[in-house]
Design a protein around this ligand. Structure first.
Ligand SMILES: O=P(O)(O)OC[C@H]1O[C@H](O[C@H]2O[C@H](CO)[C@@H](O)[C@H](O)[C@H]2O)[C@H](O)[C@@H](O)[C@@H]1O
Length: 267
């Protein structure tokens, strides 16, 4: 079910209203949730206070990070290496205690991603301000620093690459980024459902919670465990909330509000 973000309550209010005493299993998106959005992806380093909050929460309950970033990159930006991380939009899942967590879409796309990454890199070289971010299972073409008059060229490049690989790729829009991925039935929502099963977190005493800010996070908000009895939390600037339809059931305004919410969870 979809709602206007500006009409959604805070997650603390949702849990109080439900009188929900279940133990949360927490799934966290990274950019825009654990760190504010910044101009350069490499500058989005998690701050010490959020690091403390996430570490403390992980001592109290299950915490997994589900990011569009490459797994190694998000792990380094967090400065935490003891969390389960599903990188590359949930394709690449790793647990510090058990190693790689495989799933239906774990492999088979490497050659395609390598080829497409090279094509994106070649094409982007002609458009000033673009930034190509290669990942394990996708490639991100950032255009935040591109002159708006040239945004059409960026879209044309993406369309051309899609046309050169009929039926093989999909593109997900993000915040000044085109995420080009293999067209496989896998996403952040599938990753959340998979992790709940693998980690034995299904049951009447568990409250699955997902926090995210971007378009790709909507796949997690509609995942059955989050949408039906769980809690999906959209992080969005109140100034943008009236224009955003979402499947989340609660909202937080920014990274500081995320910190306060996580700090109060599972106590
Ligand atoms: O799923 P996430 O962990 O939220 O990652 C989504 C994408 O985040 C990054 O890009 C976005 O954040 C950057 C830093 O704030 C910003 O400069 C960029 O414009 C945003 O699109 C990351 O670089 C991507 O790989 C992620 O897919």
């Amino acid at each position: 079910m979809s709602a206007r973000a500006s009409e959604l309550p805070a997650p603390e209010a949702v849990l109080a209203e439900r009188d929900d005493r279940r133990t949360p299993a927490v799934f966290l998106d990274y950019d825009g949730v654990l760190t504010p959005i910044v101009d350069r992806p490499s500058d989005a380093v998690m701050g010490p206070e959020m690091r403390r909050i996430v570490s403390d929460l992980a001592r109290r309950t299950s915490v997994c990070v589900v990011s569009g970033r490459d797994r190694a990159v998000v792990t380094e930006l967090m400065g935490l290496d003891d969390l389960i991380v599903a990188g590359s939009h949930g394709f690449d899942i790793h647990s510090p205690s058990t190693g790689t967590i495989t799933h239906d879409a774990s492999s088979g796309f490497e050659e395609l991603v390598e080829k497409v990454t090279a094509e994106v890199t070649d094409g982007a070289a002609a458009i000033e301000g673009t930034l190509v971010e290669p990942k394990h299972a996708s490639v991100a073409l950032h255009y935040r620093a591109v002159d708006p008059a040239r945004h059409g060229e960026v879209s044309d490049l993406v369309d051309g690459i899609l046309a050169a690989h009929p039926g093989e790729l999909r593109v997900t829009p993000g915040k000044f980024v085109h995420e080009i991925q293999p067209k496989i039935d896998w996403n952040k929502g599938r990753a959340v459902e998979h992790l709940l099963g693998v980690l034995d977190l299904r049951g009447p005493d568990v409250l699955p919670v997902y926090l995210g800010d971007d378009v790709t996070d909507e796949d997690a908000f509609v995942a059955p465990s989050i949408a039906d009895g769980g809690l999906g939390v959209l992080v969005i600037d109140p100034a943008d909330a009236a224009a955003r339809e979402t499947a989340a059931s609660a909202v937080l305004a920014d990274v500081d509000a995320v910190g306060r919410f996580l700090d109060g969870l599972a106590r």
